[in-house]
Write a protein that binds this ligand. Structure first.
Ligand SMILES: [Zn+2]
Length: 65
């Protein structure tokens, strides 16, 4: 099952909600966007990071519970 993890173009940071490292890069939506989309496989949290920048704070999309 490990083989279906997409390789993200930027360094991946842990999920902001649950700190899981089981992160999927959403390549299909990131490809046409200004940002890269990531989703936590554990809790479903989704966030974005600007392309080409690695020292930025992740922007969460999923509303806080
Ligand atoms: Zn999570």
């Amino acid at each position: 099952m490990a083989q279906n993890m997409s390789v993200a173009p930027e360094s991946i940071q842990p999920c902001g909600e649950c700190r899981s490292l089981a992160i999927r890069w959403l390549d299909s939506v990131s490809r046409d966007a200004q940002v890269n989309y990531y989703r936590c496989e554990r809790c479903g949290h989704v966030w974005t990071l600007p392309k080409g920048e690695t020292d930025v704070v992740a922007t969460g999309i999923t509303p806080k519970k």
